[in-house]
Design a protein around this ligand. Sequence first.
Ligand code: SF4
Length: 404
Amino acid sequence: MQLADKLMVLADAAKYDASCASSGAPRRSSRGRSGLGATNGTGICHSFTPDGRCISLLKVLLTNFCLYDCQYCINRRSSSVPRARFLPEEVVTLTLDFYRRNLISGLFLSSGIIRSADYTMEQLVQVARLLRETHEFRGYIHLKTIPDADPGLIALAGRYADRLSVNVELPTEAGLGRLAPEKDGRSIRQAMRQIHLGGKEAAAETRAPRFAPAGQSTQMIVGADDASDRIILTSAEQLYRGYGLKRVYYSAFSPIPGSPDSVPLQPPPLLREHRLYQADFLMRGYGFEASELLGETHELALDIDPKLGWALRNRDQFPVDLNRAEPRLIARVPGIGVRNAKRLTELRRLRQIRYDDLVRLRCSMDKLKPFVVVQDYRPRTLDGAESSRLHLRLREPSGQLGLW
Ligand code: SF4
């Protein structure tokens, strides 16, 4: 098989992995043909570095052959997709070629499991080692970690890669047992612990070899099993706290033709994935706990964003006087983000905050009006009936994704 054909198969096979955030970025091509610099179909995705830069990565699998038969995965053993396999040197050649043409800033490399976890991990490490040591490649490398691999190989991976990721896939042992019985939740968490400790040691000891300085991430598949949003978010919360994860990515399950009966025929609503990302953002950036965002329910509301949902359930905490409240509480008001909360706190050191200040800062006025008091504005008391009316008024029509 030609290298370009392998690339077509293995870039397509990698697109289901969300643990490196990606979006297709078709560039111009002449008369429908891919020319120099065209990125469509070649596996280039966009990802964000820890300092917020958006970079392009070559996102491929080393191989989509796999010994495992995870029911939700297009590359499972029993799937009839076309298969291909790169040699490590071929991935190195492609990466360097794309890099020199300025198409990418780095590589995201994952793999199906062939022969054994150790063998597969060795091949992944070999790519990173060749890039770093033989070719002095200074670009970004994100390596997928095979959970059952020898800890020595994971340690080597951390030395060469900027970021490592181990996919949790399903948040419960029961889910894994039913849909991915060859996977073991304990090994996944052990690998995460090793990566977490490796990163901490490297950060604490100036002479220690570098270890995955961009940390680790993971992916959870949403809607392949019956795990509720509560289970998913609580699990994410534990991963952030226990293993210092930088990001948890949520990937709505997409049924593939010929999927087994054990997985749903329909994908979950895309809005569910979006609400999980919003809730995750509120946990990481605003100090919310999963239990606060869910209240008594097991699923996030689809029609309103989780921050507004929390505010409506906690009417006793509102209205918030923006001239007196703690900055932490200001950021929790629907319609005010962390950045505006900071600006408002700075402003009130100089003078009293007024309604026009909120308009000038482009706060989401529709959302925040019922929840704030400022020098020249006070809302009506938010009783139960008013709260329900507000819920209805601020509902987002399906397909429209609300911001806060
Ligand atoms: S181990 Fe990974 S590639 Fe193999 S079937 Fe499971 S999810 Fe797919």
